[in-house]
Design a protein around this ligand. Structure first.
Ligand SMILES: Cc1ncc(COP(=O)(O)O)c(C=O)c1O
Length: 384
């Protein structure tokens, strides 16, 4: 993977810091970044936080504050913070296996696991592939079950031409190093719902009511708690997960190049999958609308000897790779999940287990030369 923060981004920060007495803590730059991000995505509200994991945590906290405790449907293939946030907020995670063509939750299994206790379906769009289906959207709408989208790995990907992150009640993005764009560390929570927007703003800053944009909301609290200083009313036992003006300046600079970079990443993935030998590697991913910051390399057969050859070749060619793709594979195999969910639960999810042992991701960055993609595919295809 390569750093996606360019000279132009760094110069934007330097320019900002050249001012006399520049504001550094969360202020105007954060507000502008949130506004520009909302316009780019096509949502009404966005809240910038210090990481994608913080976005997950605030989203689940807002969900619990709004709908109360219960079950949340989660994937077995995702980043740990998706599951951790569910557990930390007191929800029961209900796991679902993946669809091998999208690496996202298998739609039929999601629907089969809905119960009257389900408070949300927390979907992850893995490595740039869309995980939504029209049937899932229709069923959730008919049953009035909120959809939450984790788009941390899929900025700019679409379903039916509409950007991911605009289908659910709330959506989370990450701006960590390898992702489609970076603010060094950073995350965004996006929603069209005005009440959830206010809740998330409060949760970001200690639960403080003065963080609300709604005067009505502030007035209600003031009247209900006349004994409190209006500057210090804490509505929730919350967090401090704010970011800074510097990170927002970087984000605003990066956002200008996001669409152009995404077009290159799409082309890179297409070349990679088109040139791999489908007898040895899976190439039938659902690429329509996808936008991948990583190339997916999944072996067709569960063959440890072949896997060893693939890994040796990648190491020798100095190609960075991660086994298990997003988050290291089957979350249910992790120590925390074995302790909390059950020691042998992971056995129930064969699709994610194949990815756990025989699936990889390789960096896909805008400057990746096409010649390297062709050479890599030739070397992979030559392995027997
Ligand atoms: C699907 C998903 N969700 C959440 C996160 C957490 O984001 P961050 O690393 O910015 O905390 C990641 C991280 O890479 C991720 O891939």
């Amino acid at each position: 993977m390569q750093n996606n923060i360019t000279r132009a981004d760094l110069d934007a920060v330097i320019e900002y810091l050249r001012q006399d007495n520049p504001m550094l803590t969360q202020s105007q730059q954060v507000r502008l970044f949130e506004k520009e991000w909302s316009e780019w995505l096509g949502v009404k509200h966005s809240v910038f936080v210090n990481s994608g994991a913080s976005a997950n945590l605030l989203t689940m906290t807002a969900l619990r504050e709004t709908f109360g405790p219960g079950e949340v449907i989660v994937p077995t293939l995702t980043w740990v913070s998706d599951i951790a946030s569910v557990i930390q907020c007191g929800f029961k995670p209900v796991f679902v296996d993946i669809d091998p063509r999208t690496l996202g939750m298998a739609g039929n299994e999601v629907l089969a696991k809905l119960t009257p206790q389900t408070r949300a379906v927390f979907i992850t769009h893995v490595l740039g592939y869309n995980a939504l289906t029209q049937r899932m959207l229709d069923e959730l709408k008919a049953r009035n079950i909120p959809l939450i989208e984790d788009v941390c790995e899929s900025h700019g990907a679409t379903f039916n031409g509409q950007k991911l992150g605009t289908f659910g009640l709330m959506a989370d993005f990450s701006f960590y190093y390898a992702h489609h764009m970076s603010t060094i560390e950073g995350g965004m929570i996006c929603t069209d719902n005005a009440d959830l927007y206010e809740t998330v703003r409060l949760l970001r800053s200690h639960g403080m009511v003065r963080e609300a944009t709604s005067d009505d909301l502030k007035q209600r609290y003031r009247e209900q708690y006349p004994d409190l200083n209006p500057d210090f009313i804490f509505a929730f036992p919350a967090f401090n997960v704010r970011s800074t003006e510097i990170n927002a300046v970087l984000g605003r600079s990066q956002l200008k190049r996001l669409d152009e970079n995404n077009a290159r990443r799409r082309e890179n993935l297409r070349l990679f999958l088109d040139n791999l030998d489908p007898k040895k590697y899976r190439t039938d991913f659902a690429v329509e609308g996808s936008c991948n910051y990583a190339c997916t390399l999944v072996l067709q057969q569960p063959d440890p000897a072949f896997r060893a050859k693939v890994e040796a070749m990648l190491r020798q060619a100095k190609v960075e790779f991660r086994r298990g793709t997003s988050g290291g594979g089957n979350q249910l195999r992790q120590p925390y999940a074995r302790k909390l969910i059950g020691d042998r639960e992971f056995e129930k999810y064969p699709q994610v287990d194949h990815i756990h042992f025989y699936g990889y991701y390789l960096g896909n960055y805008p400057e990746l030369e096409q010649g390297k993609i062709f050479a890599l595919c030739r070397m992979l295809n030559a392995l027997v």
